[in-house]
Design a protein around this ligand. Structure first.
Ligand SMILES: NC(=O)c1ccc[n+]([C@@H]2O[C@H](COP(=O)([O-])OP(=O)(O)OC[C@H]3O[C@@H](n4cnc5c(N)ncnc54)[C@H](O)[C@@H]3O)[C@@H](O)[C@H]2O)c1
Length: 359
């Protein structure tokens, strides 16, 4: 039996990863450590919990809490850590940078230290996979479409979110260099798909369209992002976890570069088709709002390393997956309701307010 500690498994990518892990592997036990912040929703893994009650354990706790993390390593024979838990929204990081430092930097260091202590240099049996982001590279210009970031590109993060991810990314690298700690880093582009909290562009736009709300878009909407379907990302993570080399970094991108305003037009058409509404109805709700400070213009990744080493590639057509994603948000009313009512958010705020103020 192989035991994975997945952090942030009630969030968007973490929950999709846990589901895929159980689909692909037998004889595994997943320990999901999640603080259930506003972005963590127990419903995201409800099906997994019901299907694999003996192989899935949820631990409600904070990655920066040394005692909780120690207890997990003490109570379970953890073979691999897959570390997703993070504060992940750039806008929030501009409002509240300290929270991002605490979870993303301190939390990662607590996990690194604890894994190191408990694994006692049995490195060959263990892996620590840190889920980093393309945002650590900073921004590319709009007028040089041939430029992309590869794994050797310098880190030039611009937002407090990206900087906190870059700081943790460097710490993980330093544990490999200093101690030979068995760490691997992946840097992925923008994900989309089911279970994404609707503060992020795609679910926010879908939900606002359905509800006839304004469709706010930063600046002129010309910022370009490279979108990857979440399942493609998770497949790549499994590949890296099993076949990647420790000390290495792997870019994971979707090769779907599109500007925010173009994306909004495509989404309007898809939602209109599925709800039988005239797309003009949605387009008239598009409102250009004051740009985000320090807003990166373009992200693009050179993924030849992971493609050449593992033959990995995205297996999904972008527009097909966008259509499926729209359908998922239209069909999953209970999930939407859970996000909107936020009962679990209020509860967690009460539980955690003291600890977070401790920083
Ligand atoms: N979403 C993307 O497009 C994207 C792209 C590249 C990399 N990433 C990285 O992937 C990871 C997951 O992203 P996501 O979009 O699923 O994020 P998310 O915001 O949907 O989920 C984050 C999860 O972490 C949990 N969490 C937050 N603080 C915690 C703490 N202190 N202790 C324990 N759990 C805590 C939350 O409750 C939530 O379940 C993050 O590290 C993010 O930086 C995301």
């Amino acid at each position: 039996m192989k035991t994975y500690l997945v952090t942030g498994g009630c969030g968007f990518i973490g929950s999709n990863f846990i589901r895929l892990l159980f689909e692909k592997e037998t004889n595994v036990h997943v320990v999901n450590l999640d603080a259930l912040t506003y972005a963590g929703n127990p419903l995201n893994v409800q099906d997994v919990k019901e299907k694999f009650p003996d192989n899935y354990t949820f631990i409600h706790g904070d990655v920066a809490d040394q005692q909780v993390v120690d207890e997990i390593f003490h109570n379970y024979q953890i073979n691999s850590v897959v570390h997703f838990a993070a504060e992940s929204h750039v806008d929030r990081s501009i409002q509240e940078p300290l929270l991002f430092i605490r979870t993303n930097v301190l939390g990662t260091t607590v996990l690194l230290n604890t894994a190191m202590k408990h694994w006692k240099e049995q490195w060959e049996k263990n892996r620590f996979l840190y889920i980093s982001t393309d945002e650590v590279y900073g921004s590319l210009p709009l007028d040089q479409p041939e430029k992309k970031f590869d794994e050797e590109s310098p880190l030039q993060p611009n937002s407090p979110y990206a900087s906190s991810k870059a700081a943790a990314d460097l710490l993980v690298q330093s544990y490999y260099t200093t101690y030979g700690f068995p760490a691997i880093i992946t840097r992925c582009s923008n994900n989309f798909g089911p279970f994404q909290f609707p503060e992020k562009l795609i679910p926010l736009m879908i939900m606002n369209m359905i509800e006839g709300q304004p469709l706010p878009i930063y600046g002129k909407g010309e910022n370009i992002r490279d979108w990857i379907y979440v399942q493609d990302h998770c497949e790549a993570l499994l590949e890296v976890l099993h076949h990647g080399k420790t000390g290495e970094i792997y870019n994971i991108g979707g090769s779907n570069e599109i500007s925010n305003s173009e994306l909004l037009n495509v989404l309007s058409e898809i939602v209109a088709e599925q709800t039988q509404v005239n797309p003009d109805e949605y387009e008239k709700h598009i409102t250009f709002v004051k740009d985000r400070p320090g807003h990166d213009l373009r992200y693009a990744l050179d993924c030849s390393k992971i493609q050449n080493k593992f033959g990995w590639n995205t297996s999904f057509d972008f527009s097909v997956r966008l259509k499926e994603t729209v359908r998922w948000y239209l069909e999953n009313e209970n999930w939407i309701l859970s996000v909107k009512t936020g009962a679990y958010q209020e509860w967690i705020e009460r539980q955690y307010s003291n600890r977070l103020e401790d920083v």
